[in-house]
Write a protein that binds this ligand. Structure first.
Ligand code: UD1
Ligand code: MG
Length: 449
Protein backbone atom coordinates (compact mmCIF):
# COMPACT_ATOMS: atom_id res chain seq x y z
CA UNK A 1 0.00 0.00 0.00
CA UNK A 2 1.27 3.49 -0.84
CA UNK A 3 2.41 5.55 2.12
CA UNK A 4 3.22 9.22 2.62
CA UNK A 5 5.16 10.65 5.48
CA UNK A 6 4.44 13.91 7.31
CA UNK A 7 7.11 15.23 9.66
CA UNK A 8 6.16 17.93 12.14
CA UNK A 9 9.00 20.36 12.57
CA UNK A 10 7.46 23.78 13.08
CA UNK A 11 8.12 24.21 16.79
CA UNK A 12 10.72 26.69 17.95
CA UNK A 13 12.18 24.54 20.66
CA UNK A 14 12.62 27.53 22.94
CA UNK A 15 14.16 25.37 25.67
CA UNK A 16 17.18 24.72 23.47
CA UNK A 17 18.17 28.40 24.03
CA UNK A 18 19.32 28.57 20.44
CA UNK A 19 19.15 30.66 17.29
CA UNK A 20 19.07 27.40 15.35
CA UNK A 21 15.66 25.71 14.88
CA UNK A 22 15.50 22.74 17.24
CA UNK A 23 15.23 20.10 14.50
CA UNK A 24 18.51 21.26 12.96
CA UNK A 25 20.56 20.49 16.04
CA UNK A 26 22.98 17.67 15.32
CA UNK A 27 22.73 14.17 16.71
CA UNK A 28 25.18 11.49 15.57
CA UNK A 29 26.52 13.90 12.97
CA UNK A 30 23.12 14.51 11.36
CA UNK A 31 20.36 17.10 12.02
CA UNK A 32 17.51 15.72 14.16
CA UNK A 33 14.93 16.09 11.39
CA UNK A 34 17.02 13.88 9.08
CA UNK A 35 16.80 11.03 11.60
CA UNK A 36 13.00 11.10 11.29
CA UNK A 37 13.25 11.20 7.49
CA UNK A 38 15.62 8.23 7.40
CA UNK A 39 13.54 6.14 9.82
CA UNK A 40 10.54 6.62 7.53
CA UNK A 41 12.45 5.45 4.49
CA UNK A 42 11.64 1.81 5.36
CA UNK A 43 8.06 2.56 4.28
CA UNK A 44 9.31 3.74 0.89
CA UNK A 45 7.08 6.81 1.11
CA UNK A 46 5.68 8.04 -2.18
CA UNK A 47 5.82 11.56 -0.78
CA UNK A 48 7.48 13.18 2.22
CA UNK A 49 6.10 16.45 3.59
CA UNK A 50 7.91 18.40 6.27
CA UNK A 51 5.87 21.01 8.15
CA UNK A 52 8.14 23.91 9.06
CA UNK A 53 7.64 27.11 11.02
CA UNK A 54 10.46 28.62 13.04
CA UNK A 55 13.55 28.91 10.84
CA UNK A 56 11.46 27.34 8.08
CA UNK A 57 13.68 28.29 5.15
CA UNK A 58 16.73 26.85 6.84
CA UNK A 59 14.92 23.62 7.69
CA UNK A 60 13.63 23.43 4.10
CA UNK A 61 17.16 23.72 2.76
CA UNK A 62 18.42 20.90 4.99
CA UNK A 63 15.59 18.44 4.25
CA UNK A 64 15.81 19.12 0.52
CA UNK A 65 19.55 18.58 0.58
CA UNK A 66 18.79 15.14 2.03
CA UNK A 67 16.17 14.48 -0.65
CA UNK A 68 15.31 17.00 -3.36
CA UNK A 69 11.80 15.63 -3.70
CA UNK A 70 10.84 16.51 -0.12
CA UNK A 71 7.81 18.79 0.03
CA UNK A 72 7.98 21.61 2.53
CA UNK A 73 4.89 23.38 3.86
CA UNK A 74 4.89 26.36 6.19
CA UNK A 75 2.84 26.59 9.35
CA UNK A 76 3.01 30.27 10.16
CA UNK A 77 1.44 29.98 13.58
CA UNK A 78 1.74 26.87 15.74
CA UNK A 79 -1.82 26.06 16.70
CA UNK A 80 -1.29 22.43 17.59
CA UNK A 81 -0.38 19.10 16.07
CA UNK A 82 -3.68 18.64 14.17
CA UNK A 83 -3.33 22.12 12.68
CA UNK A 84 0.25 21.26 11.72
CA UNK A 85 -0.76 18.08 9.88
CA UNK A 86 -3.60 19.97 8.17
CA UNK A 87 -0.97 22.18 6.48
CA UNK A 88 0.23 19.11 4.57
CA UNK A 89 -3.18 18.48 3.02
CA UNK A 90 -2.59 20.31 -0.27
CA UNK A 91 0.87 18.80 -0.67
CA UNK A 92 -0.70 15.33 -0.41
CA UNK A 93 -3.60 16.05 -2.76
CA UNK A 94 -4.16 13.11 -5.09
CA UNK A 95 -1.81 10.90 -3.06
CA UNK A 96 -3.48 7.54 -2.38
CA UNK A 97 -2.86 5.37 0.67
CA UNK A 98 -1.74 5.97 4.22
CA UNK A 99 -0.15 8.91 5.95
CA UNK A 100 2.32 8.37 8.78
CA UNK A 101 2.92 11.36 11.06
CA UNK A 102 6.30 11.66 12.78
CA UNK A 103 7.93 14.41 14.85
CA UNK A 104 11.14 16.06 13.68
CA UNK A 105 12.53 16.14 17.21
CA UNK A 106 12.10 12.42 17.93
CA UNK A 107 15.12 10.76 16.33
CA UNK A 108 15.14 7.19 17.61
CA UNK A 109 11.97 5.63 16.14
CA UNK A 110 13.17 2.40 14.59
CA UNK A 111 12.28 1.55 11.01
CA UNK A 112 11.01 -1.85 12.24
CA UNK A 113 8.55 -0.08 14.54
CA UNK A 114 7.14 1.94 11.64
CA UNK A 115 6.84 -1.25 9.64
CA UNK A 116 4.79 -2.91 12.41
CA UNK A 117 2.51 0.13 12.53
CA UNK A 118 1.98 -0.33 8.83
CA UNK A 119 1.12 -3.98 9.43
CA UNK A 120 -1.31 -3.05 12.22
CA UNK A 121 -3.25 -0.92 9.74
CA UNK A 122 -4.61 -4.18 8.33
CA UNK A 123 -6.75 -4.49 11.46
CA UNK A 124 -7.29 -0.85 12.53
CA UNK A 125 -8.34 2.37 10.80
CA UNK A 126 -6.11 4.49 13.01
CA UNK A 127 -2.86 3.19 14.51
CA UNK A 128 -1.03 5.02 17.28
CA UNK A 129 2.48 4.27 18.54
CA UNK A 130 2.42 3.97 22.33
CA UNK A 131 4.87 3.09 25.07
CA UNK A 132 4.88 2.27 28.78
CA UNK A 133 6.54 5.27 30.38
CA UNK A 134 8.74 4.85 33.45
CA UNK A 135 7.64 8.38 34.36
CA UNK A 136 4.60 9.34 32.25
CA UNK A 137 5.07 13.04 33.08
CA UNK A 138 3.16 15.28 30.67
CA UNK A 139 2.67 12.81 27.84
CA UNK A 140 -0.77 12.20 26.37
CA UNK A 141 -2.37 9.07 27.91
CA UNK A 142 -3.81 6.23 25.82
CA UNK A 143 -7.22 5.07 27.02
CA UNK A 144 -7.60 1.45 25.93
CA UNK A 145 -10.29 -1.12 26.42
CA UNK A 146 -8.95 -4.58 25.74
CA UNK A 147 -7.23 -4.39 22.42
CA UNK A 148 -8.99 -1.24 21.28
CA UNK A 149 -7.83 2.34 21.66
CA UNK A 150 -10.77 4.48 22.71
CA UNK A 151 -9.22 7.94 22.86
CA UNK A 152 -6.14 9.90 23.82
CA UNK A 153 -6.27 12.42 26.61
CA UNK A 154 -3.64 15.12 26.93
CA UNK A 155 -2.04 15.52 30.35
CA UNK A 156 -3.48 18.99 30.87
CA UNK A 157 -7.00 17.73 30.22
CA UNK A 158 -6.68 14.45 32.09
CA UNK A 159 -8.39 13.48 35.34
CA UNK A 160 -6.32 12.13 38.25
CA UNK A 161 -7.37 8.59 37.33
CA UNK A 162 -6.32 9.11 33.70
CA UNK A 163 -3.00 10.60 34.76
CA UNK A 164 -2.28 7.37 36.62
CA UNK A 165 -2.20 5.51 33.27
CA UNK A 166 1.33 4.71 32.15
CA UNK A 167 0.59 3.85 28.53
CA UNK A 168 1.54 7.03 26.67
CA UNK A 169 1.31 8.53 23.20
CA UNK A 170 4.59 8.76 21.30
CA UNK A 171 3.01 11.10 18.77
CA UNK A 172 3.46 8.78 15.79
CA UNK A 173 0.11 8.16 14.12
CA UNK A 174 -0.93 6.37 10.97
CA UNK A 175 -4.21 6.38 9.04
CA UNK A 176 -5.47 6.43 5.49
CA UNK A 177 -4.83 9.91 4.13
CA UNK A 178 -8.33 10.98 3.10
CA UNK A 179 -9.73 9.75 6.43
CA UNK A 180 -6.97 11.46 8.39
CA UNK A 181 -7.67 14.87 6.86
CA UNK A 182 -11.39 14.37 7.16
CA UNK A 183 -11.05 13.61 10.89
CA UNK A 184 -8.67 16.53 11.37
CA UNK A 185 -11.23 18.90 9.87
CA UNK A 186 -13.50 17.97 12.78
CA UNK A 187 -10.90 18.64 15.47
CA UNK A 188 -11.66 21.66 17.64
CA UNK A 189 -9.54 23.57 20.13
CA UNK A 190 -11.83 23.59 23.14
CA UNK A 191 -9.28 22.21 25.59
CA UNK A 192 -6.85 23.25 28.30
CA UNK A 193 -4.23 24.45 25.79
CA UNK A 194 -6.58 26.03 23.24
CA UNK A 195 -4.75 23.91 20.62
CA UNK A 196 -5.90 21.65 17.81
CA UNK A 197 -4.83 18.23 19.07
CA UNK A 198 -4.00 15.54 16.51
CA UNK A 199 -4.71 13.06 19.27
CA UNK A 200 -8.43 13.93 19.08
CA UNK A 201 -8.77 12.01 15.83
CA UNK A 202 -8.87 8.75 17.78
CA UNK A 203 -12.12 9.56 19.60
CA UNK A 204 -13.54 11.09 16.41
CA UNK A 205 -12.77 7.89 14.50
CA UNK A 206 -14.35 5.75 17.23
CA UNK A 207 -17.47 7.92 17.17
CA UNK A 208 -17.84 6.99 13.50
CA UNK A 209 -17.65 3.32 14.37
CA UNK A 210 -14.08 2.97 13.09
CA UNK A 211 -11.37 1.14 15.01
CA UNK A 212 -8.14 2.37 16.53
CA UNK A 213 -5.21 0.32 17.81
CA UNK A 214 -1.90 0.72 19.58
CA UNK A 215 1.50 -0.54 18.51
CA UNK A 216 3.88 -0.53 21.47
CA UNK A 217 7.54 0.32 21.36
CA UNK A 218 10.35 0.78 23.81
CA UNK A 219 10.36 4.12 25.61
CA UNK A 220 13.90 4.80 24.37
CA UNK A 221 12.58 5.00 20.81
CA UNK A 222 10.17 7.80 21.59
CA UNK A 223 12.73 10.01 23.27
CA UNK A 224 12.08 13.59 22.19
CA UNK A 225 14.69 16.33 22.36
CA UNK A 226 13.70 19.55 24.10
CA UNK A 227 16.86 20.76 25.86
CA UNK A 228 20.62 20.71 25.37
CA UNK A 229 20.83 18.23 28.22
CA UNK A 230 18.42 15.87 26.48
CA UNK A 231 20.39 16.30 23.26
CA UNK A 232 23.62 15.36 25.04
CA UNK A 233 21.91 12.39 26.69
CA UNK A 234 20.50 11.27 23.34
CA UNK A 235 23.96 11.51 21.80
CA UNK A 236 25.41 9.41 24.61
CA UNK A 237 22.65 6.83 24.17
CA UNK A 238 23.25 6.73 20.42
CA UNK A 239 27.02 6.33 20.81
CA UNK A 240 26.63 3.56 23.37
CA UNK A 241 24.32 1.63 21.04
CA UNK A 242 26.52 2.20 17.98
CA UNK A 243 29.64 0.97 19.80
CA UNK A 244 27.88 -2.10 21.16
CA UNK A 245 26.50 -2.88 17.70
CA UNK A 246 29.94 -2.52 16.07
CA UNK A 247 31.54 -4.87 18.60
CA UNK A 248 28.74 -7.34 18.07
CA UNK A 249 29.29 -7.17 14.31
CA UNK A 250 32.93 -8.17 14.70
CA UNK A 251 34.74 -4.84 14.81
CA UNK A 252 37.81 -4.61 17.06
CA UNK A 253 38.05 -1.53 19.29
CA UNK A 254 40.41 -1.49 22.25
CA UNK A 255 38.83 1.69 23.60
CA UNK A 256 35.28 1.79 22.21
CA UNK A 257 34.29 4.67 24.49
CA UNK A 258 36.69 6.96 22.65
CA UNK A 259 35.34 6.19 19.17
CA UNK A 260 32.64 8.53 17.84
CA UNK A 261 30.10 7.20 15.35
CA UNK A 262 27.70 8.94 12.99
CA UNK A 263 24.14 7.86 12.25
CA UNK A 264 25.19 5.98 9.11
CA UNK A 265 28.70 4.73 9.94
CA UNK A 266 29.25 1.30 8.43
CA UNK A 267 32.15 -0.85 9.65
CA UNK A 268 32.89 -4.30 8.28
CA UNK A 269 33.82 -7.41 10.18
CA UNK A 270 37.42 -7.54 11.42
CA UNK A 271 37.87 -3.83 10.89
CA UNK A 272 40.18 -2.46 13.58
CA UNK A 273 39.37 0.96 15.00
CA UNK A 274 42.02 2.34 17.28
CA UNK A 275 41.32 4.86 20.06
CA UNK A 276 40.01 8.39 19.44
CA UNK A 277 38.74 7.92 15.93
CA UNK A 278 35.89 10.22 14.84
CA UNK A 279 33.47 9.17 12.10
CA UNK A 280 31.50 11.97 10.50
CA UNK A 281 28.55 11.18 8.21
CA UNK A 282 28.86 8.88 5.22
CA UNK A 283 31.77 6.60 6.13
CA UNK A 284 32.10 2.97 5.14
CA UNK A 285 35.07 0.90 6.25
CA UNK A 286 35.29 -2.53 4.71
CA UNK A 287 36.25 -5.80 6.32
CA UNK A 288 39.75 -5.99 7.67
CA UNK A 289 40.66 -2.34 7.19
CA UNK A 290 42.44 -0.53 10.03
CA UNK A 291 41.79 3.02 11.18
CA UNK A 292 44.59 4.02 13.48
CA UNK A 293 44.35 6.37 16.43
CA UNK A 294 43.25 10.02 16.25
CA UNK A 295 41.96 9.90 12.69
CA UNK A 296 38.95 11.87 11.44
CA UNK A 297 36.85 10.52 8.57
CA UNK A 298 33.75 11.81 6.79
CA UNK A 299 32.15 10.91 3.46
CA UNK A 300 34.90 8.39 2.86
CA UNK A 301 35.15 4.78 1.75
CA UNK A 302 38.01 2.59 2.96
CA UNK A 303 38.44 -0.78 1.27
CA UNK A 304 39.72 -4.07 2.64
CA UNK A 305 43.21 -4.17 3.97
CA UNK A 306 43.74 -0.42 3.83
CA UNK A 307 45.46 1.25 6.77
CA UNK A 308 44.62 4.84 7.67
CA UNK A 309 46.40 7.00 10.24
CA UNK A 310 47.37 7.55 12.94
CA UNK A 311 46.38 11.22 12.70
CA UNK A 312 44.88 11.03 9.22
CA UNK A 313 42.00 13.03 7.81
CA UNK A 314 39.68 11.65 5.15
CA UNK A 315 37.24 14.22 3.81
CA UNK A 316 34.19 13.75 1.56
CA UNK A 317 34.97 11.90 -1.64
CA UNK A 318 38.01 10.09 -0.30
CA UNK A 319 37.85 6.70 -1.97
CA UNK A 320 40.58 4.28 -0.91
CA UNK A 321 41.01 0.99 -2.76
CA UNK A 322 42.32 -2.19 -1.19
CA UNK A 323 45.62 -2.16 0.69
CA UNK A 324 46.10 1.61 0.39
CA UNK A 325 48.23 3.26 3.08
CA UNK A 326 47.37 6.73 4.34
CA UNK A 327 49.76 7.81 7.05
CA UNK A 328 50.12 10.47 9.70
CA UNK A 329 49.11 14.05 8.97
CA UNK A 330 47.77 13.21 5.55
CA UNK A 331 44.56 14.81 4.28
CA UNK A 332 42.60 13.27 1.40
CA UNK A 333 39.59 14.97 -0.22
CA UNK A 334 37.64 14.06 -3.40
CA UNK A 335 40.33 11.67 -4.45
CA UNK A 336 40.43 8.11 -5.69
CA UNK A 337 43.49 6.27 -4.42
CA UNK A 338 43.97 3.00 -6.29
CA UNK A 339 45.05 -0.34 -4.93
CA UNK A 340 48.24 -0.48 -2.93
CA UNK A 341 49.14 3.20 -3.35
CA UNK A 342 50.92 4.88 -0.44
CA UNK A 343 50.66 8.40 0.94
CA UNK A 344 52.45 7.96 4.20
CA UNK A 345 53.41 11.34 5.62
CA UNK A 346 52.39 15.00 5.78
CA UNK A 347 50.53 15.29 2.50
CA UNK A 348 47.47 16.87 0.94
CA UNK A 349 45.75 14.97 -1.85
CA UNK A 350 42.63 16.72 -3.15
CA UNK A 351 40.68 16.50 -6.43
CA UNK A 352 43.01 13.78 -7.57
CA UNK A 353 43.37 10.27 -8.88
CA UNK A 354 46.35 8.27 -7.70
CA UNK A 355 47.09 5.13 -9.69
CA UNK A 356 47.71 1.68 -8.26
CA UNK A 357 50.96 1.22 -6.41
CA UNK A 358 52.01 4.87 -6.71
CA UNK A 359 54.10 6.26 -3.86
CA UNK A 360 53.73 9.87 -2.75
CA UNK A 361 56.69 11.05 -0.69
CA UNK A 362 56.44 13.03 2.51
CA UNK A 363 55.02 16.48 2.06
CA UNK A 364 53.47 15.94 -1.37
CA UNK A 365 50.82 18.56 -2.06
CA UNK A 366 48.26 18.67 -4.85
CA UNK A 367 47.91 22.44 -5.37
CA UNK A 368 44.29 22.11 -6.47
CA UNK A 369 42.93 25.60 -5.88
CA UNK A 370 43.85 28.74 -7.78
CA UNK A 371 41.75 30.96 -5.55
CA UNK A 372 38.67 30.64 -7.76
CA UNK A 373 38.58 27.22 -9.43
CA UNK A 374 39.52 23.70 -8.33
CA UNK A 375 41.70 21.63 -10.66
CA UNK A 376 42.50 17.96 -10.90
CA UNK A 377 45.74 16.06 -10.50
CA UNK A 378 46.27 12.69 -12.20
CA UNK A 379 49.05 10.44 -10.97
CA UNK A 380 49.68 7.29 -12.99
CA UNK A 381 50.09 3.78 -11.67
CA UNK A 382 53.47 3.07 -10.10
CA UNK A 383 54.58 6.71 -10.19
CA UNK A 384 57.05 7.86 -7.56
CA UNK A 385 56.52 11.40 -6.30
CA UNK A 386 59.58 12.75 -4.51
CA UNK A 387 59.17 14.27 -1.09
CA UNK A 388 57.86 17.80 -0.97
CA UNK A 389 56.66 17.85 -4.56
CA UNK A 390 54.11 20.56 -5.32
CA UNK A 391 51.77 19.29 -8.05
CA UNK A 392 50.24 22.45 -9.50
CA UNK A 393 46.91 21.32 -10.94
CA UNK A 394 45.69 20.74 -13.55
CA UNK A 395 48.57 18.40 -14.06
CA UNK A 396 49.15 14.79 -15.05
CA UNK A 397 52.00 12.56 -13.92
CA UNK A 398 52.41 9.51 -16.15
CA UNK A 399 52.57 5.89 -15.08
CA UNK A 400 55.98 4.89 -13.63
CA UNK A 401 57.10 8.56 -13.81
CA UNK A 402 59.29 10.07 -11.09
CA UNK A 403 59.50 13.61 -9.72
CA UNK A 404 62.55 14.88 -7.87
CA UNK A 405 62.20 15.95 -4.26
CA UNK A 406 61.25 19.55 -3.80
CA UNK A 407 59.94 19.92 -7.34
CA UNK A 408 57.20 22.30 -8.30
CA UNK A 409 55.52 20.48 -11.17
CA UNK A 410 53.48 22.73 -13.44
CA UNK A 411 53.60 20.72 -16.66
CA UNK A 412 52.45 17.19 -17.48
CA UNK A 413 55.06 14.46 -17.06
CA UNK A 414 54.94 11.63 -19.61
CA UNK A 415 54.91 7.96 -18.62
CA UNK A 416 58.24 6.78 -17.31
CA UNK A 417 59.86 10.25 -17.34
CA UNK A 418 61.85 11.92 -14.56
CA UNK A 419 60.82 15.52 -13.88
CA UNK A 420 62.89 17.95 -11.85
CA UNK A 421 61.37 21.34 -11.20
CA UNK A 422 63.74 23.02 -8.77
CA UNK A 423 66.87 25.21 -8.73
CA UNK A 424 70.11 23.37 -9.50
CA UNK A 425 72.30 22.85 -6.41
CA UNK A 426 75.42 25.05 -6.14
CA UNK A 427 78.19 23.75 -3.78
CA UNK A 428 81.13 26.03 -2.67
CA UNK A 429 84.04 24.06 -1.27
CA UNK A 430 85.01 25.09 2.30
CA UNK A 431 82.64 28.04 2.35
CA UNK A 432 80.35 26.60 5.02
CA UNK A 433 83.06 26.30 7.66
CA UNK A 434 84.58 29.70 6.80
CA UNK A 435 81.19 31.36 7.16
CA UNK A 436 80.53 29.79 10.58
CA UNK A 437 84.03 30.63 11.87
CA UNK A 438 83.49 34.25 10.93
CA UNK A 439 80.11 34.39 12.68
CA UNK A 440 81.49 32.79 15.87
CA UNK A 441 84.40 35.23 15.94
CA UNK A 442 81.98 38.15 15.58
CA UNK A 443 79.94 36.84 18.53
CA UNK A 444 83.06 36.40 20.71
CA UNK A 445 84.18 39.98 19.95
CA UNK A 446 80.73 41.27 20.92
CA UNK A 447 80.59 39.49 24.32
CA UNK A 448 84.14 40.67 25.23
CA UNK A 449 83.44 44.30 24.37
C1 UD1 B 1 2.39 15.66 21.84
C2 UD1 B 1 1.11 14.83 21.90
C3 UD1 B 1 1.13 13.97 23.16
C4 UD1 B 1 2.35 13.06 23.15
C5 UD1 B 1 3.61 13.89 22.99
C6 UD1 B 1 4.79 12.98 22.73
C7 UD1 B 1 -0.66 16.16 20.87
C8 UD1 B 1 -1.81 17.07 21.09
N1 UD1 B 1 -0.01 15.73 21.95
O1 UD1 B 1 2.38 16.53 22.93
O2 UD1 B 1 -0.02 13.17 23.23
O3 UD1 B 1 2.41 12.31 24.32
O4 UD1 B 1 3.51 14.79 21.85
O5 UD1 B 1 5.96 13.72 22.69
O6 UD1 B 1 -0.38 15.84 19.74
N2 UD1 B 1 4.33 20.92 16.22
C9 UD1 B 1 4.19 21.63 15.07
N3 UD1 B 1 3.21 22.56 15.00
C10 UD1 B 1 2.35 22.80 16.02
C11 UD1 B 1 2.51 22.05 17.19
C12 UD1 B 1 3.49 21.10 17.27
O7 UD1 B 1 4.94 21.45 14.10
O8 UD1 B 1 1.48 23.63 15.87
C13 UD1 B 1 5.38 19.92 16.32
C14 UD1 B 1 6.44 20.27 17.35
O9 UD1 B 1 7.49 21.03 16.78
C15 UD1 B 1 6.89 18.91 17.83
C16 UD1 B 1 5.65 18.05 17.65
O10 UD1 B 1 4.82 18.71 16.74
O11 UD1 B 1 7.90 18.38 17.02
C17 UD1 B 1 4.90 17.80 18.98
O12 UD1 B 1 4.50 19.03 19.51
P1 UD1 B 1 4.60 19.35 21.06
O13 UD1 B 1 4.16 20.72 21.26
O14 UD1 B 1 5.92 18.94 21.58
O15 UD1 B 1 3.49 18.35 21.63
P2 UD1 B 1 3.38 17.79 23.11
O16 UD1 B 1 2.67 18.79 23.92
O17 UD1 B 1 4.68 17.30 23.58
MG1 MG C 1 6.72 17.64 23.06
Amino acid sequence: MAVSQVILAAGQGSRMQSDLPKVLHMLAGVPLVIHAMRAGRVLEPARVVVVVGHGGDHVAQVVQAEDVDTHVVHQAEQKGTAHAVAQARAALEGQAGDVVVLYGDTPFIRPETLASMQDARASHDVVVLGFEAADPGRYGRLIVKGDALERIVEFKDATEAERAIRLCNSGVICAEGALLFDLISEVGNDNASGEYYLTDIVALARARGLTAGVVRCDEAETLGINTRTELAQAEAAFQARARAQALENGVTMVAPDTVIFAQDTWLGRDAVIEPYVVFGPGVTVENGATIRAFSHLEGAHVSRGAIVGPYARLRPGAELAEDVRIGNFVEVKSAQIDEGAKVNHLSYVGDAHVGAGANLGAGTVTCNYDGVFKHRTEIGAGAFIGSSTMLVAPVRIGAQAVTGSGSVITQDVPDGALALGRARQDTKTGLGKRLMDRLRAAKAAKTKG
